[in-house]
Structures are given as C-alpha cells and as structure tokens.
Design a protein around this ligand. Structure first.
Ligand code: ZN
Length: 534
C-alpha cells in the first residue's frame, strides 16, 4: 500500500514539475532581495554610482523597466507580502503596516500576534509577531511544502522578514527597535545556534564611534547635501558627517539602522545563513529572503534626491555585489536564481517640488466632524482613526451614511475641497470585483488594496506631490513615484535582457515558482515568460 502511495506521489510530483524540469535543471537556491523604498528610477538616475551588484543584476539579468505596483497602499508590509506571496492586498489581506481594528477599537500592526512570544537574541520579552493576518501562502512556504528545502529570511523590520517568509520557515530574523535581534514562537522554539553565534561574533556595538561619511568624492553626487526640507533624524544635522555615537543606547540603535552599516551587517548575516545552513548546497531547492531596510529610513529622513540617499545606494551596490560573489562561490554561478525588487517607492520632499504639500490628518477629521454635526449627527467626534489614507468612522456612522446619501455626499465633498486632496472614495465604491476591474485607474488601484473589515470607510487619495502626514516625506499612494519599483531577475533559468513589458512585483513569486518547479495556490501575478530561458 505504502509503495503504491509512493509511486502515485512520485508520478504526481513528476507531472507537476515536468515542463520546467525538462527545460532547465532546478535551481539550488531561490533568493529574493528587497530594497525597502527603492524607486525604479534609482537604477537609471544614479547609474553612474554603480559598479558591482546593481550593475551586474541590470546587465546580466532580466530587467523589467516598466514595473509598478497596481494598487494604492504602497507600504512596507503590503509590498513585502505581495512580493512574498505573488498575490495582491485585496487577496492577501495586508493593507497597511498598521490598521484600525474595529473589534478591539485599537490600532494593530500587520504582524502583531498576541498568541506568540518573543524569542530574543538579547534580553527582551513580550508578545511578538507572526504571519497570522496574512491570508495567502508565500512562495517560501510553498517551496518548503513541495520541495522540502529550507527557508530563511531576515530584515531590520519584522514585517519585511515575515512578509517574505510567510507562515512557516526555518528562520525568520528581525531587529527589535530596542536593539536586539529576535524571532518569535511562530517560527522557532528557541534561539537558533547559528544566529546566536553570528550575533555574538558581530555585536551591533561593533560600529560604535564610527562616523557615516560619503564613500565617494563629493563631486560624484548630484544636487546639494543640504536641500530644502531635509530632516535632522536622531540628533543628526541634514548634512554629512553623521556620527553614530557610543554604542549600547537607544539613540545609537536609531542611528545605526539609519546608516549604511546596518545593511552591511544584514548582508553578512545572510552569508552566515548560507554557510551555516548550507543553503543551496543540498539535494533540493532552498529559499533565502533578504530585505535591506536602511534605504527606507534614509529616504524618510533626507529624501530621494539627498546625498545620503545616493551614498546609501552606492554602498548597497557594493553590499549586493558581495552577496552575489558569495552565492557564486558557495552555491555556484548559474545554480541559483535571484529577484531584486522594492516594497514601494517614495515621494520627493514636498518642499522641493512646485505645488507639493502635506495633507494634515487633523484637518481631515475636522472636516468630517463639521459636516456630520451640521447634518444633526450629534457633537462628535465621529472619526475613530486615520491610518495613512484610510479613514475609519466610529461604529454605526458608516451604516447611517449608507442610508443618507445627502450627508454622505457632503462628507466626501467637504474632504475633497481640502488642500492636497485629489479624490475621496467610499468603501462601497471600491469593495467589489467590478471595482478591481474598473477602467477608472483611481478606483481600480484603491480596490486592489481594499480588504473588507480591515480597510477604512473612506479612502483619501492625495494629489500628486502631496503626502499624507507631517513627515519629511513618505509613500503610500497610487502616484507613479510610489508605485514604480525595480523588478530584476537574475541567474538560473533567466534569459537576460532589458524588458519593456509591463510587470508588477506580484509577478516575482509566480515567475520564481515556475523556475523552481512549484505551484502557487492562487497567484494574482503572472509568470514573466519573456524572462524565462526556453
Ligand atoms: Zn518600506
């Protein structure tokens, strides 16, 4: 009986993978590299800074230059989950980094899980993170199930490491903001030896007293180091040099994660993951997911045109080059496949753009309160929470407005008149399959990141070059600078070349699945066939 079952299983598995397996040998390792907040135009605008990783990937890989997220909610947790699963937010359910939970009346983060506990490589304790709010399986967990390989992901942010890993993995590692590396009981029973050894040999304090200076001569960078609107994060000025200070305190960790030293560290950790677990060196196919988070922190503080951003990119070029060299050495050139992408882009600093600005959250709330008070709804306040572009009304208000077209129209019109607001959509306008297929690009994009029960009652779309909130700059809209990101495939099974076909980061997982010979459950993305070797 067992022999028959085995024979059937073998037959089935051969059938599933045969078309790909016959054409190309299965890669030993699938790698996804995400650079947090990396805009598509960084690859071309700053091309003169690249000599290593970015140069190699864009000249030896398949570079989809017309790649963009198709949805509104261009944020970290959303983007990583889209890349990790090959599905879109209306499907995978991760609509923001944190949203208002109507049940508890509180904001919850996308990975918060009260049923898990921290497993810290320091001395921390408390509840921790998992993928329990992620409604679709990841490529990594699908590969684990179908190919029995190992899966390891790492990032400075929990939402990035977990978005790439999914619900099950051999190691998912992130940095707690209190300065300790950790995982959770969702992924491990106890601290992993290889991680503990790496951290012991490489304490974060190793970079204490270092100063972040430009790695290239100043005339290699475009624009001014001190441009309008740049921030002063963590006690730094808006110009070089940026000293890290003494190690061990919270200010040091905040500066460290905002410096290129953090990405260099994560790359070393990835090398340790490959070496200590022999990733890509066994019988089957393993998965490695790395998200470099620092560029996002630098972008939020100094903006996409800053010398800090250019310096970070020049250094990441070297960091990713080292990763490729290490994979060539340990796994073998052409024996692994790697995808490079980003979770979202970013807006220019509004102070640097004609007609740019910031939409102030309290003004949105004030407008809604005034209209509803005028309409006899009471004294308010009527807004429960605002998360990015999602406005959540207090319990019952939305149901009332559904029956009260006149007031609903007045609320939408009141918000639409505010500075920087392009359009306001109600949940009912974007919650249907018809909306997801709408020819109206704003309705379609908003619908593709709308998830019933989690998304807001009203969704505010800012005008171009306007950002939501009182920050230096940010992302999270359907504007091109937020949606357009790199999509580059490289290595085993990939046909090199610059491609003009439209692509989205949701296509990465289905394409890697095709190359690795696994079947994803229900991807929204498509296989990027022009990038596949025949
Ligand atoms: Zn991000």
């Amino acid at each position: 009986m067992r022999r028959i079952a085995l024979a059937v299983a073998l037959l089935l598995s051969v059938r599933t993978v045969a078309p790909v397996a016959q054409a190309q040998p299965r890669p030993k390792l699938v790698v996804i590299v995400v650079v947090d907040q990396m805009r598509a135009d960084y690859l071309t605008r700053y091309a003169s800074l690249y000599e290593k990783g970015f140069k190699r990937l864009t000249t030896e890989g398949a570079w989809f230059q017309n790649a963009a997220y198709p949805y509104m909610s261009t944020l970290t947790c959303v983007g990583h989950t889209t890349i990790g699963t090959g599905t879109l937010p209306f499907h995978h359910g991760i609509i923001q980094n944190a949203w208002y939970d109507r049940g508890s009346g509180k904001s919850i983060t996308c990975t918060a899980d009260p049923d898990t506990t921290e497993i810290s490589y320091g001395k921390l304790g408390g509840t921790a993170d998992s993928a329990h709010l992620m409604m679709m399986p990841s490529l990594a967990e699908t590969m684990k199930k179908q190919l029995k390989g190992r899966s390891i992901t790492m990032a400075l942010k929990a939402r990035s490491a977990i978005g790439l890993a999914g619900h099950e993995a051999d190691a998912v590692i992130w940095l707690d903001e209190r300065g300790a590396w950790e995982t959770s009981s969702a992924f491990a029973k106890e601290p992993l030896g290889w991680v503990a050894n790496f951290i012991k040999a490489n304490p974060l304090e190793r970079d204490a007293d270092k100063t972040w200076e430009r790695v290239l001569p100043a005339d290699r960078y475009t624009g001014a180091d001190d441009a309008p609107g740049e921030g002063h994060p963590n006690g730094w000025s808006s110009t070089f040099p940026h000293p890290l200070g003494v190690g061990g305190d919270r200010l040091y960790y905040a500066r460290w994660i905002t410096s290129p030293y953090a990405d260099a560290y994560v790359e070393q950790m990835a090398e340790a993951a490959v070496d200590d677990n022999k990733l890509g060196q066994g019988e089957t196919t393993d998965f490695l997911g790395i998200s470099f988070s620092t560029l996002d922190l630098i972008g939020h503080s100094f903006g996409p045109r800053s010398h800090e951003m250019q310096d970070e990119l020049a250094r990441l070029d070297g960091v990713i080059g080292r990763l490729l060299d290490h994979l060539d050495e340990k796994v073998g050139a052409g024996r692994y496949v790697l995808a490079l992408s980003a979770d979202h882009g970013v807006a220019d600093i509004p102070d640097q753009v004609q007609g740019g600005g910031r939409v102030v959250t309290s003004v949105l709330q004030g407008s809604i309160d005034a209209v509803l008070k005028e309409a006899g709804y009471g004294d308010g306040p009527f807004v429960a929470a605002v998360a990015g572009s999602d406005v959540y009304l207090k319990a019952g208000i939305s149901d009332h407005l559904r029956q009260d077209a006149k007031t609903r129209k007045a609320v939408v019109e009141g918000l639409s008149r505010l500075s920087g607001v392009a359009r306001v959509l109600t949940a009912d306008e974007v919650s249907t399959a018809a909306a997801r297929g709408s020819k109206d690009p704003q309705i379609r994009a908003t619908a593709l990141s709308y998830f019933a029960g989690r998304s807001g009652d009203l969704i505010v779309i800012p005008k171009e070059n306007w950002i939501m909130g009182a920050v230096v700059t940010t992302h999270g809209t359907l504007n091109a600078y937020d949606q357009q990101v790199p999509v580059v495939l490289f290595g085993a099974g990939v046909r090199p070349g610059v491609r003009g076909e439209a692509a989205t980061p949701a296509d990465i997982a289905p394409t890697l699945a095709a190359i690795a010979g696994v079947t994803l459950e229900a991807p929204d993305g498509k296989v990027l066939t022009p990038a596949l070797k025949k």
